[in-house]
Structure formats: structure tokens, C-alpha cells
Design a protein around this ligand. Structure first.
Ligand SMILES: O=P(O)(O)OC[C@H]1O[C@H](OP(=O)(O)OP(=O)(O)O)[C@H](O)[C@@H]1O
Ligand SMILES: Nc1ncnc2[nH]cnc12
Length: 249
């Protein structure tokens, strides 16, 4: 079990939208561990594509992120806290399981369509910052009376999050909180959650740890001009060394 960590001060960004104090040293450490790439070196045409592997490849920072989430839900106690942690395919699967294990709660998958066995409910098609997708959950994974935390690495437009709300609703459970490590406030994903279905979820808290405004231009990890996006196996080590040397300058 990971040792308990003190949760930094929680701030309210708007009604039912909580984040951690962006001036806290731990929060700054997380923000400084999140590289982003411009469109040329990203899988999608967005201004900044955040790379969660900056967190997962640094065990101390990864642990800190998990500990902050765990501290938040542990403090709520068994009566008032969540009963289930549900993670979004794929990057929510990185954060959900360690949080669930630390809290000794079940981890439930919200899977992209076409990958899950059993009897399912579907979110229907939804739109994200750059794609159209569909997610599913297994019937029986959660049910009436369950209080589910929806967890993801990042909320942009909120399209993915809303699909999760719809799935939890179809299975008769309730969303305890939507939580993400990073939010892009300019896309107002949290506002969309609270406005969705005539305000049905207006009272559901949303917790986002780090704002993208706390992640500066220095975190741009685009390689030196002219570096190809794909390299052959023979060139991989030399290219990695060049990128590392450029970063160290
Ligand atoms: O708020 P939204 O506009 O919906 O965007 C957020 C979603 O986009 C990313 O997932 P993506 O669909 O790229 O899937 P992946 O985790 O498989 O990369 C991210 O991990 C969130 O789930
Ligand atoms: N800008 C972004 N970076 C990483 N993942 C995302 N998912 C949606 N928008 C994203």
C-alpha cells in the first residue's frame, strides 16, 4: 500500500468544479512532468497534444498523481466515498486500477466499442476534441446504489466524459464524481457536463488536478526541426540521442 500523502488545498474553479492549488509544489511537479507536442508530432491535429507517458515513465510522479486521487477519496470515508472506479479506454486504464486497488474498490472498464465480451450497453456515438467514438460497459458491472468515480487522464471537450455519464445512467448507478489529471479549461468540458441533459448532472462534482494553463511552453517536446516522425530501427538510437541532447541545451 502506498503511504498516505497530504492532499494540497482544493480550490473551486467554478460551481462543483474542483482542482488542486496550482501553486502547490506537488502540483507543479506534475505540471512539469507533462510534455506536449505540436500538430506535426501528434497523432491528432490539436494545438497541444499532452503526453501522459511523461507521468507514467516517472514512478515518483506517477505515484504522486495516484496518491493525490487516493487521498481525496479516502478522506470521504466508506459511507460517503465512491463504491467503484470506472476508467475510460485507454488512458483512464492507466490511472483507474492503481487508485481502485489503493482504495480496495472494484475497477470497471469503459471500453471502446467492439472489444468487450458479454452483454453490453452502449453510449452511442460521441464526439471528442478530434474523433468520433463509441464506448460500452458490461451489464452487471455496476448497478443501482453504486457510486461511481469516472476517471480519465484528461478532459478536453467533455465528449468522452458525457459518454461515461450516459453509460452509468443506463446501468442504474450514479456518478459520484468525474475526475481527470488534466483539464483544458478553454474547451469547457466541465461546463458541458453540468449543462448536459438540461442540467441533470449539475450537482455532480468534477475534480481536475492540473490546468493546462499551468503547463508552460517549456514543456513542448517537439524534436529539432527536420526530425522525421517515423524512423527505422537502425536510426532509432541515434535519433533518441539527438533529441535528448537538444533537450539538454
Ligand atoms: O474531452 P474529450 O474531447 O472527449 O477528450 C478527452 C479524451 O480524449 C482522449 O482519449 P482518446 O479518445 O484519444 O483515446 P485514447 O485514450 O485511446 O488515446 C483522452 O484520454 C480522453 O479520454
Ligand atoms: N489536447 C489533447 N491532448 C491529449 N489528449 C487529448 N484528448 C483530447 N484532447 C487531447
Amino acid at each position: 500500500m502506498s503511504p498516505s500523502v497530504a492532499l494540497p488545498a482544493t480550490k473551486e474553479l467554478g460551481p462543483k468544479h474542483f482542482c488542486l492549488d496550482q501553486a502547490d509544489d506537488g502540483v507543479k511537479t506534475i505540471a512539469k512532468s507533462l510534455p506536449w507536442y505540436g500538430p506535426k508530432y501528434s497523432p491528432h491535429d490539436v494545438p497541444s497534444f499532452y503526453d501522459v507517458s511523461g507521468i507514467t515513465e516517472d514512478p515518483a510522479v506517477f505515484q504522486l498523481v495516484i496518491d493525490f486521487f487516493v487521498a481525496r477519496y479516502r478522506a470521504q470515508g466508506p459511507e460517503n466515498g465512491p463504491t467503484h472506479i470506472a476508467g475510460f479506454d485507454a488512458r483512464g486504464f492507466l490511472f483507474g486500477p492503481p487508485i481502485a486497488l489503493a482504495l480496495k474498490l472494484p475497477f470497471v472498464m469503459i471500453r471502446k466499442a467492439g472489444k468487450l465480451p458479454g452483454v453490453l450497453v452502449s453510449s452511442g456515438k460521441y464526439v471528442t476534441e478530434y474523433s468520433t467514438d463509441e464506448t460500452v460497459m458490461r451489464v452487471g458491472a455496476i448497478s443501482s446504489g453504486d457510486r461511481v468515480v469516472l476517471i480519465d487522464d484528461l478532459i478536453a471537450t467533455g465528449g468522452t466524459a458525457l459518454a461515461g455519464f450516459d453509460l452509468v445512467d443506463q446501468l442504474g448507478a450514479s456518478v459520484h464524481e468525474f475526475a481527470a489529471m488534466v483539464s483544458l479549461p478553454f474547451l469547457d468540458g466541465v461546463g458541458k457536463i453540468h449543462a448536459y441533459r438540461d442540467g441533470k448532472y449539475v450537482d455532480v462534482p468534477c475534480f481536475t488536478m492540473v490546468d493546462d494553463s499551468s503547463i508552460g511552453p517549456e514543456m513542448c517536446s517537439d524534436p529539432p526541426e527536420g526530425t522525421p516522425r517515423m524512423v527505422s530501427a537502425e536510426d532509432a538510437a541515434a535519433t533518441a540521442a539527438k533529441i535528448k541532447a537538444a533537450k539538454a541545451k
